[in-house]
Write a protein that binds this ligand. Structure first.
Ligand code: SAM
Length: 243
């Protein structure tokens, strides 16, 4: 999959050379191209921002250099389609379902803002707007990195063990069950007996129940959207009777 990033700070994407994503790049599973709108600025100072019409603080990103960067990427791709996403605190909260949807694309183009944000007309060049959460960052790069990482790890060959992505928080609308590794007892806290029992059916039941319990305790609203089986409802009744 190809990720294209329009950013004033391409260097920030060098972290993608590290770890599993670095390996995925080397193996050709993902390709990351960055482009800076400064290349398309019209003056010798490579200006990409200007004061807001109507006054006010800060500088606003001009539409011209961003539109030119988008056109350049389209030409580089030979006109092949892409899906353009603007990173903005005004967008829809980014979620695992976005990551799943994006992971089916051949190309995803991420547009990162800075300063006071974009000239409103940049919005007409994108297909959707996504936010990393209800807070304000200095720029869209951190959000774009999160989108790339969450999307890329769903692609075949990126995670060492593909089951990891199927069996974790948000994969099926629930939070993941508690995980343990050695030692068996750590500072007086023991691993639950069932996990050392070797009884795979009992382990699966315990994990599902703890996944439901954790979701109920921490993110009860997720249960409303999750697909629950009859067995899940029995487990939820058990949890209710225990509390
Ligand atoms: N003035 C803008 C507003 O109130 O919506 C915020 C501008 S912010 C300082 C600069 C840039 O950072 C934004 O254009 C956007 O690209 C990025 N950004 C900030 N917070 C973000 C968030 N929560 N999610 C995604 N991008 C964000």
């Amino acid at each position: 999959m190809r990720f294209e990033v329009i950013t004033l700070f391409p260097e920030l994407f060098e972290v993608l050379d590290l770890g599993l994503l670095g390996k995925a790049k080397d193996a050709g599973a993902i390709e990351v191209t960055t482009i800076t709108p400064r290349h398309f600025a019209q003056d010798k100072h490579r200006t990409v921002d200007d004061a807001p019409y109507g006054g006010g603080s800060g500088m606003v990103l001009m539409p011209g250099p961003f539109a030119a960067a988008i056109d350049h990427l389209d030409t580089e791709r030979g006109g092949a389609p892409t899906h353009r996403v603007l990173l903005t605190p005004q967008g829809a909260p980014f979620s695992q379902s976005h990551a799943h949807r994006f992971s089916k694309l051949e190309t995803l183009t991420l547009v990162c803002g800075r300063y006071e944000g974009f000239d409103e007309r940049i919005r007409s060049f994108v297909d959707e707007e996504v936010s990393l959460g209800d807070f304000v960052l200095l720029g869209g790069e951190t959000a774009a990195l999160a989108v790339i990482e969450a999307t890329a790890r769903l692609l075949p060959g990126v995670l060492g063990n593909q089951d990891s992505a199927a069996d974790e928080s948000h994969a099926d609308g629930l939070l993941e069950y508690p995980q343990y590794t050695r030692p068996e007892v750590f500072r007086g806290r023991a691993v639950p007996d069932v996990l050392r029992s070797g009884n795979h059916a009992a382990i699966a039941r315990w994990r599902r129940k703890e996944s439901l319990r954790r979701t109920l305790e921490r993110r009860p609203e997720l249960l409303e959207g999750a697909e629950l089986s009859e067995e899940d409802r029995v487990l939820l009744d058990e949890i209710a009777s225990e509390t």
